[in-house]
Design a protein. Structure first.
Length: 480
């Protein structure tokens, strides 16, 4: 930021207070400097606290600041601007995984050493009128140039901000707006960097999510291909391969279901009944392939009996395919009976192991509406650790079990965000759950090879180390 910009911001408080436009002086710095100069995302929490020793550290942050799920700590303080007190929150985030994804071994003051500044929030702590925002916007426009009349930010509640204005400053974005809470009107300023996940165009986060989703899709279709080859069933095999090739040929915006795919799925549903005479390993492979294709193309259907799915659903159920009703979601959910049958027919073989990993990732239930209870994490831990004791040292088992233990950590810390979990139920399990989660993440990292999965495992483990797991649980069912 230029010296003149520093000069201008230095007198903003006085100018706003007396109702005139600010003039340049020879003083540098000022209350607005903290947001107007952008975010240096190389600053650690420890470095910030050395520069702001009066700040208090908290494990919470403004609700919108947790958009990325990587928030670590907040340093809270206050600032006086134009005679108004602003509450300041400097929010620090878990960094990207290092090369090699080695977990920290020295955990003393870990947050202060590894968590990096990502966003800074200023919000008035008392009711104010629109004049304060107008005055601040004039100061910022004079120093940063014309603003865009939009809230260039994502995060919970930011879409409801009124009269937003945004500036882009190199690698940072600054937003000023009014926030209405009941009868209270406050002015909010926030500046953020890319690592906060607050950008409405957060390309790296989207790319990482897309990478993991794409990997899962490719693996599923490859598994179908392998299962068809193991099954060696001619007529059903042709229908399985027909649907597989249709799904493989889809573009990113193409619908999964077409009339040709629907016809193929119906033929598969009818053909499954002819597998009784096939030996168990081959029958299991055919069932697994059929299940994966049905789940991929018709895993959910509209519940509305007048929808275009209604006739297809009736024909599937007539062929023996079962769905659960999910009234709250307005949908029908495929209950995956062929997956369970595949596991039962070949539990110790290649197909049974594939089915086992899928069931584990599903929380050992394939029913909608929490029909098998809420505590899916317990089933994942029991079945996963039993498989590991039998010598099946698969990194994906370690990952699922680690996630189940992480869910216990989340609930014990009261960080689930659902309002439905009694954290006191899990408090006694917290030390053991944290220890087991970290051990399983570490075990998974010793043999995981996919870069995106390694980065995700490192991030999840670091969240456990920092006692900042993301909101929500993977293996705890809430139906509301």
């Amino acid at each position: 930021m230029s010296r003149n910009t520093h000069f201008l911001l230095a007198v903003a408080s006085v100018a706003i207070a007396i109702g005139c436009e600010p003039k340049r002086t020879s003083a540098e710095g000022g209350p607005l400097d903290v947001v107007a100069k952008g975010v240096d995302s190389s600053i650690t929490l420890g470095a910030w606290l050395r520069a702001h020793p009066a700040d208090t550290v908290e494990s919470t942050e403004p609700e919108a600041a947790s958009e990325s799920g990587r928030a670590c700590r907040s340093a809270r303080g206050s600032a006086l601007i134009g005679g108004h007190t602003f509450q300041r929150s400097a929010v620090f985030y878990i960094p990207e995984a290092p090369t090699g994804e080695a977990l920290p071994t020295d955990t003393a003051r870990l947050a202060e050493r590894v968590c990096l500044l990502g966003s800074i929030w200023l919000e008035t702590s008392e009711k104010v009128g629109s004049g304060l925002q107008d005055s601040l916007a004039r100061v910022l426009t004079a120093s940063l140039g014309a603003a865009a009349d939009a809230a260039d930010i994502s995060g919970f509640g930011t879409g409801l901000w009124s009269r937003p204005q945004s500036w882009r400053m190199g690698h940072s974005v600054l937003v000023i707006a009014e926030k209405v809470d009941g009868s209270s009107l406050s002015t909010v300023l926030v500046t953020y960097a890319h690592n906060s996940g607050l950008s409405r165009k957060n390309y790296s986060e989207d790319a990482e999510t897309d990478s993991l989703a794409g990997l899962a899709r490719v693996r599923t279709l490859d598994s179908v291909d392998s299962a068809i080859a193991r099954a060696r069933v001619s007529v059903l095999g042709s229908d399985l391969r027909f649907v597989l090739e249709r799904l493989r040929g889809l573009g990113p915006d193409d619908p999964f279901r077409t009339p040709a795919v629907d016809s193929g799925l119906l033929r598969i549903a009818l053909g499954v009944h002819g597998l009784d005479s096939v030996d168990a390993p081959r029958r299991a492979a055919a069932l697994l392939a059929a299940d994966y294709l049905m789940a991929a193309a018709a895993g959910t259907l509209a519940l509305d009996s007048t929808s275009k799915d209604a006739d297809f659903y009736r024909r599937l159920t007539a062929a023996g395919v079962t769905y659960d009703q999910d009234p709250l979601g307005g949908r029908l959910v495929y209950s995956r009976p062929w997956l369970w049958a595949a596991y039962s027919a070949d539990s110790l073989g290649a197909t049974g192991r594939e089915a086992f990993l899928t069931l584990l990732a599903q929380g050992w239930t394939t029913h909608a509406n929490c029909q098998d209870g809420s505590d899916m994490f317990a089933q994942v831990i029991d079945h996963g650790e039993a498989a590991l004791r039998r010598g099946w040292n698969d990194p994906m088992i370690h990952l699922q079990v680690a996630t189940a233990y992480r869910d216990i950590v989340t609930m014990a810390l009261g960080a689930d965000g659902s309002g439905y979990v009694d954290s006191t139920r899990f408090m006694s399990q917290l030390p053991s759950a944290r220890e087991h989660a970290l051990a399983h993440y570490q075990a998974a990292l010793t043999s995981l090879t996919n870069p995106a999965e390694r980065r995700e495992a490192w991030t999840n483990a670091t969240q456990v180390l920092l006692s900042r797991p993301p909101r929500g649980m993977r293996f705890y069912c809430i139906y509301d």
